[in-house]
Design a binder for this molecule. Structure first.
Ligand SMILES: NC(=O)c1ccc[n+]([C@@H]2O[C@H](COP(=O)([O-])OP(=O)(O)OC[C@H]3O[C@@H](n4cnc5c(N)ncnc54)[C@H](OP(=O)(O)O)[C@@H]3O)[C@@H](O)[C@H]2O)c1
Length: 337
């Protein structure tokens, strides 16, 4: 293996605003053989998630920032090419928190083996049957606590997490309204996924008026994927005892300052529960979540979109698509074998 090189996209400096090639640089390094108990995988899929932008900063977060000089951290799926562990053989496929790189070497205990002969496309384990599906499942059901007949509002609704949230909320008997950034995305929500209404937040004008119109009975659960002005407008439309599940604030990830929330007082005025969460809070219940999501997918009750881009060298420009909304569903880099 010593003749192999590992192409890596590493954090050269911490971005201010959108990450640039100065912040995320490329290098080819010799690939060392795995140490005692370690395994090297050749990455096949790299998951691109908004949270990675947060890990590039040194602001306090739910996991440590990426160390300067390290490959950018990402969930990956890869095939074992060298193993120094009895638990993994060359040819096995596994998922792990790896990096924007061609090869990832980790202690065997960190890898989750996947069965590539189960008839499930591997990339789904990064999306609907992985962290994004689980975020929607636990975030909506445990934090949002929707009840039949209630109105659920979800932002970034056509995205990887939001599209699953809305469909699960429909299965709970809720009225579901999604906010998304294009007519195409809004049509997909209402015509294909069964959302009751969709708001194109780029063209709707006043957010609060648009939410009120689409939710005439008020909002009982707001699943917040974006933060900022949309969160503030949603706060003004909540019903008494509403729940706000704070999943992510993608509208702020490239900003240096958080915008003010003028309507925060509505938490008091309407006795609202607002709760942030990360999917790692539910780590011990992942098997339950994956089993339920897989059952729904196989029964045709849960639709999903994947946006798969070939080539490790496209990783940074592809990552930036999360922030201009040009991704269509779960964004993944594929490095064909
Ligand atoms: N708490 C957790 O454990 C957890 C886990 C996974 C994800 N998340 C969070 O969930 C959210 C969605 O993540 P995802 O992986 O499913 O990504 P995604 O929704 O597939 O992609 C991001 C989408 O966000 C929308 N967006 C980008 N900038 C925006 C802005 N300024 N204002 C409004 N919308 C904007 C865009 O859609 P439009 O075209 O509609 O603008 C874009 O397509 C993110 O906030 C992420 O951090 C949290």
């Amino acid at each position: 293996m010593t003749e192999l090189t590992n192409r890596q996209y590493f954090l050269a400096s911490r971005p201010v605003g959108e990450p640039t090639p100065d912040n995320v640089a490329c290098r080819d390094v010799p690939l060392a053989p795995p140490g005692e108990g370690e395994v090297t995988i050749r990455n096949l899929y790299i998951s691109l998630d908004p949270a990675i932008r947060g890990w590039m900063s040194d602001a306090p977060n739910y996991i440590e920032p990426i160390t300067l000089g390290d490959a950018v951290r990402s969930s990956v799926i890869g095939r074992v090419v060298a193993s120094n562990s009895p638990d993994f053989a060359v040819g096995d496929v596994a998922m792990v928190m790896g990096g924007w790189e061609q090869y990832t070497t980790v202690p065997a205990g960190m890898l989750n083996k996947l069965d590539e002969n189960a008839g499930i496309p591997l990339s789904l384990f990064l999306g609907v049957l992985g962290p994004t599906g689980l975020t929607a499942y636990f975030g909506l059901l445990e934090v949002g606590q929707p009840k039949a007949g209630e109105t659920v509002l979800v932002s970034a609704a056509a995205g990887a997490v939001g599209s699953i949230v809305g469909q699960i909320a429909k299965m709970q008997g809720c009225r579901v309204v999604g906010m998304a950034g294009s007519e195409d995305k809004c049509r997909w929500l209402t015509e294909d996924l069964g959302f009751d209404a969709a708001i194109n937040y780029r063209t709707c004008g006043d957010y609060r008026a648009a939410i009120s119109e689409a939710c005439p009975d008020g909002v009982d659960v707001y699943f917040d994927n974006v933060g900022g002005e949309i969160l503030d407008a949603a706060l003004a439309c909540l019903n008494r005892y509403a729940r706000v599940a704070v999943c992510g604030w993608i509208s702020t990830y490239n900003e240096s300052e958080l915008p003010p929330l003028a309507n925060l007082w509505q938490l008091v005025a309407r006795s609202v529960t607002i709760r942030g969460f990360v999917i790692l809070d539910y780590l011990d219940r992942f098997p339950e979540g994956i089993a339920q999501l897989a059952e729904w997918v196989m029964a045709g009750k849960l639709q999903f979109r994947e946006d798969v881009v070939d080539g490790l060298d496209n990783v940074l420009p592809t990552f930036l698509r999360l922030f201009d909304g040009s991704n269509s569903g779960k964004l993944v880099i594929r490095i064909p074998e």
